[in-house]
Write a protein that binds this ligand. Structure first.
Ligand code: HEM
Length: 305
């Protein structure tokens, strides 16, 4: 039972859930599965959990992009759970202060820069995969993904899905021209980030009022996995018509690395499937998921012949 003492007066009991974003119930089944289980068992568009200092959670795929874009009501000034005075630039700034820092980042991460990185990403990927081929097994996370940087967490979820879905693996290995569509679809299916915002002024929403100063977690996965927006949302269909998602956020903080991330995911899929088209999870029980503001997989043992 949740202690009601921890729940503020403006939060009705009907929207209270016991959900620790760092250790959600049923995490053993997966990070996305844990968020989906929360979503499916609660109809309200916003929920309150007393965990980690107490905070709201957006529980509606449609509200996810709307709240990200609405920086006037949902400030980035606190990006941590529990609340912290620590901050970082540009993530914890709001416009207009945020804008000048973003301009600088945007001048670095341009399409031209990303294309200039193509050759290096490809060479590093090929080198890593070719080193693994004769070993016939690896921990995808420590032996491979981590060496490619920030996109590691996303890649782990994609490779777990591929290891469990031989038809999709075969399709992507045989038809490289659908890889770009597959990347978009994987990005929709496996968002990993659940950033935090602070409510700027009292904000009515679906029969409750978010109070000024409350914190709210906005899980990007609940947009991509909303079956009212994306029919059969849990299925990966590389030919699905591409639509807006919130995998890279929305609004002023939308990820400036999105183009680079896409290029990395595409290259890794192409070069890995060329060399290791057939692979499986070695022992399902050894898979270790990590939940939090960024979801990831800590251990993913794969093997192939
Ligand atoms: C698949 C991989 C990635 C995902 C899913 C992702 C996701 C996100 C999301 C959702 C945000 C917005 C956070 C918020 O609104 O609070 C963000 C911001 C950011 N990302 Fe990424 N990201 C990825 C890769 C990258 C890469 C490769 C880079 C750098 C090259 C990068 C650099 C940044 C920076 C600097 C910000 C802060 C931007 C700001 O506050 O204005 N990301 N990312």
């Amino acid at each position: 039972m949740i202690s009601t003492a921890a729940i503020p007066g403006h939060v009705p009991q009907s929207v209270v859930v016991d959900f620790d974003i760092f250790s959600p119930p049923d995490l053993k089944k997966g990070v996305h599965e844990a968020w989906l289980a929360l979503h499916r068992s609660n109809r309200s568009s916003v929920l309150w959990t007393p965990r980690n200092g107490g905070h709201w959670i957006v529980n509606s795929g449609q509200l996810v992009p709307q709240f990200y874009a609405d920086f006037k009501h949902f400030s980035s000034r606190n990006e941590f759970l529990p609340r912290s005075t620590a901050n970082s630039i540009p993530a914890s700034l709001d416009p207009p202060e945020h804008t000048k820092f973003r301009r600088i980042i945007n001048t670095i991460l341009t399409p031209k820069y990303v294309s200039s990185m193509d050759g290096e990403i490809e060479a590093r990927t090929i080198n890593l995969v070719e080193g693994l081929v004769p070993k016939r097994r690896c921990d995808f996370v420590s032996d491979f993904a981590l060496k490619l940087g920030t996109v590691a967490a996303m890649l782990s979820f994609i490779f777990l899905y591929l290891a469990r879905h031989p038809e999709l693996r075969k399709l992507l290995a045989a038809e490289e021209e659908i890889l770009s569509g597959a990347v978009e679809e994987f990005l929709r299916r496996f968002p990993i980030v659940s950033p935090v915002r602070e409510v700027v002024d009292d904000y009515p929403c679906d029969g409750v009022t978010l109070h000024q100063g409350d914190l709210i977690v906005i899980p990007t996965m609940l947009h991509g996995l909303d079956s009212q927006i994306f029919p059969d949302a849990e299925a990966v269909d590389p030919r699905r018509k591409s639509q807006v998602t919130s995998t890279f956020g929305q609004g002023p903080h939308r990820c400036p690395g999105a183009m680079l991330a896409r290029a990395e995911v595409r290259t890794v899929l192409r070069e890995w499937l060329r060399r290791i088209p057939d692979f499986n999870v070695e022992r399902e029980d050894d898979i270790e998921f990590r939940a939090g503001i960024v979801g990831s997989i800590a251990r993913l043992p794969l093997h192939w012949t």
